[in-house]
Design a binder for this molecule. Structure first.
Ligand code: SAH
Length: 234
């Protein structure tokens, strides 16, 4: 519960008390939750102030359990939404036998974590963790939506004419270093245009490619009179 930011633990007619040494040892960093737990004799007392509640069970057969049933991921957004009107509850049963039909019937719906039907009974702590995790997910989704997602900067693709000038510059540069030559030049340039065009370059990126072309042209000028550039393999 502490991991998921929950603190209001209510124990209904518990087998042992919050002072129990084993309970305290197992609580480790969750001791604050255990220390503030309320102990009540009946489920009705635990749910008294709640506006909405979900029971949890490994078993789904029967009319009572088959009512408003869903997975933790499906039910937790509903439980979280109901919390705007008042306290809500998730009800878990004891390890040996779980919740009775009568106890489940007192809740508004049932959460069933779908696992292997051959062995559907989770360890209580794991069932609690899965439900609390989904509840927190529902909470954080709402919080994030309320904050408004950070707006992605709009990507403005360089207009066609600007891209054309850049391709011309590149063609000139790549010809100067001997990369484009002969009858393959056009198809190679076509391939390059497609490759770069698919990336939908922005004006800034078009400038980078102009810079590249300028530098290649400068290097080609430096090479003039020296060894001819190597002829690429076909
Ligand atoms: N046969 C019992 C198992 C008890 S396990 C039963 O009817 O559920 C202890 C508690 O863990 C259950 O009462 C329930 O709250 C929770 N639990 C165990 N497996 C679960 C599952 N697959 N889905 C939802 N809750 C589960």
């Amino acid at each position: 519960m502490r991991n998921f930011g929950l603190s209001d633990l209510v124990l209904v007619a518990p087998y042992c008390f919050t002072t129990d040494l084993e309970a305290r040892r197992m609580a480790t960093h969750g001791l604050s939750v255990l220390d503030s737990a309320r102990v009540v004799p009946d489920l009705g007392d635990a749910l008294a102030d709640c506006v909405y509640s979900f029971a949890t069970s490994a078993l789904t057969a029967g009319v009572v359990r088959g009512g408003t049933i869903g997975t933790a991921a499906e039910q937790m957004p509903e439980l979280f939404a109901a919390a705007s009107a008042g306290p809500v509850a998730l009800v878990f049963g004891p390890e040996p036998h779980g919740l009775s039909n009568e106890e489940i019937g007192r809740c508004h719906g049932l959460v069933h974590v779908p696992v292997d039907p051959e062995f559907s009974s989770l360890n209580l702590a794991q069932a609690v963790a899965i439900c609390c995790y989904e509840l927190r997910r529902a909470w954080s989704k709402t919080v994030n939506e309320a904050r408004g997602k950070p707006e992605l900067p709009v990507r403005v693709v360089a207009p066609f004419a600007e891209q054309e000038r850049m391709f011309e510059h590149l063609r000139e540069a790549l010809t100067a270093v001997g990369y484009l030559f002969g009858d393959k030049a056009d198809s190679l340039m076509h391939g390059l245009r497609h490759l770069i065009g698919r990336a939908q370059p922005t004006q800034q990126e078009v400038k980078i490619l102009h810079g590249l072309a300028r530098q290649v042209l400068w290097a080609a000028g430096q090479m003039k009179g020296k060894d001819a550039p190597p002829v690429p393999e076909s």
